[in-house]
Design a protein around this ligand. Structure first.
Ligand SMILES: Cc1cc2nc3c(=O)[nH]c(=O)nc-3n(C[C@H](O)[C@H](O)[C@H](O)COP(=O)(O)OP(=O)(O)OC[C@H]3O[C@@H](n4cnc5c(N)ncnc54)[C@H](O)[C@@H]3O)c2cc1C
Ligand code: SF4
Length: 488
């Protein structure tokens, strides 16, 4: 334990966010870390708990609490407090191959589980992680991990998101020759083409990919396995294949008027925006623009918030977000005790920006679209909504009912659908008769498939989730794959 009275002496001091109206003018990261002197005090708030709930990732009531990567949090907190940043980096990188991604964009289930939140407020674990890795890069401590010996075994990984990158990194260090196939023109999966650049700037992703290349991993872009290159050929050319293709199949909202022009899936909007920005700083115009439009974002999760903050940067005319859930209270409700992830009302970065720009909360709670209304040219002109009552029946199922007499019309020329994902695109599996175990199945190797030597991990296996789970699955599938190739 760094300082016995640290949790009494110092108040929680989180990262500072740039002023919302200022940050809306660019696509740069929106927060900055406190100075290192203050971060040392923040690390001193750690109590080195006998049972560190922060580092033991588990799923309680369907939500993650504690770190899925089992990061050795109290250990690196103490090292930071003692000013031993290099040792802190070495300890952090024992469990997390990419702390620069989680330190920036993880929703920090570790902080939800932190024991200090029972006394006052959690240790700023995520900021400390971010500070450690940024210092490690500045000091040149992060170098390519080139294996001393090669085993002669070849592994193909399909998909270059955090799961694919983590498994590639681990397998390369085992000494296997790894090739990552990616259908997009850039590597990174949702780190590159999903999460907006205000959360993770592209140079942060590219810096890690360059290190992976220097350590010997080969990347092949613009190649969709199952379409440009048959999966069967990969099976014959490689000793093992790992599918890390994400959970990119969007959920639709099928109501009258869905066919109108101006209704897009959130991912088409976010992907085209980032691609145009990276290709030409928007000069090619190849993106769905919200400029001057009345925008309605449908959905209450992080993807919806990312659409809100992107539409605001496009300079939309007005913005409303429909959230089907009622507004949450500011404190934990009954039945959601610590260390569960707290289900409380939050004003996320995008909402804060909308309040600064339009003077009001963008979310309309307990609201759903019931009809899209068009003009005579087939263009979207507005959305009819209704208030929704959610009832949980005796089996724990959520039943949604429209409240009569609550219909309302909202003008809109752009609607963004962010109502979730249905899982992985199935074509790859169906064309090759591959079967994967359900998450609930009790199987010996949960990353295996019905074909020996073919594995699956990340969002493709568990459904849309978090970077931290994708990295952990990438590490675990690499261990399973290593065992397979070394025994066959
Ligand atoms: C908009 C958005 C914002 C998010 N924000 C956060 C956040 O702030 N924090 C957080 O922790 N998580 C966030 N997430 C979730 C997180 O990004 C994902 O859980 C994580 O990226 C999953 O990693 P993955 O490697 O399994 O899949 P992905 O990142 O989805 O990568 C899969 C890759 O496989 C490629 N691919 C698919 N099929 C093929 C094929 N047949 N051949 C070749 N390549 C293929 C795809 O092009 C893609 O690049 C967000 C998700 C979205 C959609
Ligand atoms: S739970 Fe919080 S206080 Fe306890 S060891 Fe983890 S970070 Fe430190």
């Amino acid at each position: 334990m760094g300082k016995e009275t640290g949790f009494i002496d110092y108040k929680r001091q989180p990262a500072t966010y740039r002023e919302p109206l200022q940050r809306l003018k660019d696509w740069k990261e929106i927060s900055t870390l406190p100075p290192s002197r203050d971060l040392v005090n923040q690390a001193a708030r750690c109590m080195d708990c006998g049972v560190p709930f922060c580092q033991n990732g588990s799923v309680l009531s369907g939500m993650t609490t504690g770190c899925p990567l089992y990061n050795l949090i109290p250990e690196w907190n103490e090292l930071v407090y003692r000013g031993n940043w290099k040792e802190a980096y070495l300890r952090l990188s024992k469990t997390n191959p990419f702390p620069e991604f989680t330190g920036r964009a993880c929703p920090a289930p570790c902080e939800a589980g932190c024991v200090a939140s029972l006394y006052e407020s959690s240790v700023t674990i995520k900021n400390i992680e971010w500070a450690i890795i940024d210092k490690a890069f500045e000091e040149g401590w992060v170098t390519p991990k080139i294996p001393n010996n090669r085993t002669g075994k070849k592994v193909a990984i399909i998909g270059s998101g955090p799961a694919g990158l983590a498994s590639a990194s681990e397998l390369n260090q085992y000494g296997h020759s790894v090739t990552v196939f990616e259908r997009s023109d850039r590597i990174g999966g949702l780190l590159t083409y999903g999460i907006p650049k205000m959360k993770i700037e592209q140079h942060v992703v590219d810096r890690r990919i360059n290190l992976l290349k220097e350590s010997g991993i080969e990347f092949v872009t613009n190649t969709e396995i199952g379409k440009d290159y048959p999966l069967e050929t990969l099976h014959s050319e490689y000793d093992s294949v790992i599918i890390c293709t994400g959970a990119t199949k969007p959920r639709d909202l099928v109501v009258d008027g869905r066919e109108l022009e101006g209704i897009h899936y959130a991912m088409d909007y976010l992907h085209s925006n980032t691609k145009s920005m990276l290709d030409s700083n928007f000069e090619d115009g190849n993106f769905i623009s919200a400029e001057g439009k009345d925008v309605i974002v449908i959905g209450g999760g992080d993807t919806a918030t990312d659409c809100v903050s992107t539409a605001l940067r496009h300079n939309c005319k007005s913005l409303v977000q429909f959230d089907i859930y009622p507004e949450r209270s500011g404190s934990r409700p009954e039945g959601n005790p610590w260390p569960e992830y707290p289900l409380i009302h939050k004003l996320d970065h995008g909402h804060e920006e909308a309040v600064a720009k339009f003077g009001k909360e963008p979310r309309s709670f307990a609201t759903s679209a019931v009809e899209f209304v068009g003009d005579e040219y087939g263009q979207l002109a507005g959305v009819k909504s209704a208030e929704i009552k959610t009832i949980v029946n005796e089996n724990g199922e959520k039943i949604r009912e429209k409240v009569p007499g609550t219909e309302k019309f909202w003008p809109a020329q752009l609607v963004l659908l962010a109502v979730g994902f249905e899982g992985m695109e199935r074509e790859l599996l169906e064309h090759s008769n591959l079967e994967i175990p359900k998450r609930t199945d009790q199987v010996e190797n949960r990353y295996g498939t019905n074909k020996a030597g073919t594995f699956i991990a990340g969002d493709a296996r568990r459904g849309s989730s978090l970077i931290v789970w994708a990295i952990q699955e990438g590490k675990e599938v690499a261990a399973a794959c290593n065992e397979y190739v070394m025994n066959h």
